[in-house]
Design a protein around this ligand. Structure first.
Ligand SMILES: Nc1ncnc2c1ncn2[C@@H]1O[C@H](COP(=O)(O)OP(=O)(O)OP(=O)(O)O)[C@@H](O)[C@H]1O
Ligand code: SF4
Ligand SMILES: [Mg+2]
Length: 316
């Protein structure tokens, strides 16, 4: 499989009052063509800022690392060059569709604007394309829908509109940050079906708190903790044979029913300091010694890719 996106040694820091927030600390991962990469991890571990950094959307204090798209470095691009990629080759879908859409402009007008931004077409052609797109999303009576406003729709319909907008320019990569988190289970399943079908044509980064969703739709999964990769691999391998103690803890945790946040025993460390050892050391049931606190484990790739001293020579 060809690599579409390569993220290497990504570091993201923010300044908050007197502190520096170390949000992402040397994160590495790839996205291959026509796959869904699931990203999972507790609240605050850096999933959203990682997604946003791919399109330079963070208002960060410091951002370092290499990001290659189709083999070309994009982390150092000027905003105008990045704009050629944003929405054209890489599109983003957010958690709350209703707030991402403009409440006072009809759905049709918003779709037409987005289509015209990326394609040289007339209003009439853009309208036809828009109707075809929302029809593909299974929205009933698309002609009438174009004349309506976002506030008249359910969250599920609005999310389908957002997906239609993202698809309007035939992107190669869709970054979806918890796109189903605000939807009820039936609608969620319908949207997941749409994503499953999409991956036959493009690649998707799918951020979620829900291991069940990962199992259902992702090909591979990246498990993050405090801005670092803990484990990455094929979904079947990770579910059948999790290696990292954090992955095992995650599998044993029970998602809350209301907002699907992950609950684990203990608190993550503050991210006001840069990790000097394994960030999971304060909660790890398999800790092997001081090395866990004092040295950041190397990334080892065997069956899965894992960052833990148990699997690196330093710990044996
Ligand atoms: N603009 C900002 N200024 C300061 N800190 C920020 C900013 N944006 C994000 N952070 C911090 O960066 C860290 C990572 O945030 P991020 O939103 O990526 O987490 P997340 O994994 O997406 O969490 P959730 O699952 O709750 O969406 C958090 O500690 C957050 O407080
Ligand atoms: S490096 Fe040590 S503390 Fe971290 S997960 Fe592995 S065993 Fe646990
Ligand atoms: Mg987030």
């Amino acid at each position: 499989m060809e690599k579409l996106l390569e993220v290497n040694n990504l570091e993201i820091q923010f300044k908050s009052q007197k502190n520096i927030v170390y949000a992402v600390n040397g994160l590495c991962f790839n996205v291959y063509e026509k796959e869904i990469l699931g990203i999972i991890g507790e609240s605050g571990c850096g999933k959203t800022v990682t997604c946003r950094s791919i399109l330079k959307l963070n208002n960060s204090y410091e951002e370092k690392g290499n990001i290659k798209f189709n083999g070309n470095e994009i982390s150092n691009l000027e905003q105008k060059d990045l704009n050629k990629i944003r929405g054209n080759k890489i599109a983003m879908i957010f958690q709350n569709p209703s707030s991402a859409l403009n409440p006072v402009i009809t759905i049709g007008r918003q779709l037409i604007e987005v289509i015209k931004l990326h394609q040289r077409v007339t209003d009439e052609e853009a309208k036809e394309n828009g109707i075809a797109l929302i029809k593909k999303m299974g929205i009933p009576d698309p002609d009438a829908k174009m004349k309506e406003y976002p506030h008249q729709q359910s969250g599920g319909i609005n999310q389908r509109i957002m997906i239609s907008m993202a698809l309007s320019c035939n992107p190669e990569l869709i970054i979806a940050d918890e796109p189903t988190a605000s939807l009820d289970v039936t609608i969620q399943n319908q949207i997941l079906e749409i994503f499953k079908e999409l991956k036959t044509k493009l690649s998707i980064i799918f951020v979620t708190h829900d291991l069940g969703i990962i199992k259902e739709i992702a090909d591979r999964v990246l498990i993050m903790y405090q801005g670092m990769l803990m484990e990455e691999g094929k979904v079947d391998n990770i579910f059948n044979n999790p290696l990292h103690p954090y992955t095992k803890a995650l599998m044993a945790s029970v998602p809350l029913l209301n907002d699907q946040k992950i609950i684990l025993k203990g608190e993550p460390l503050s991210n006001f300091t840069k990790p000097e050892g394994c960030p999971f050391a304060s909660r790890c049931p398999e800790i092997i010694g001081d090395i866990c606190h004092n040295k950041i484990p190397e990334i080892i790739t065997n069956k899965n890719t894992v960052r833990c001293h148990i699997y690196s020579s330093g710990g044996n």
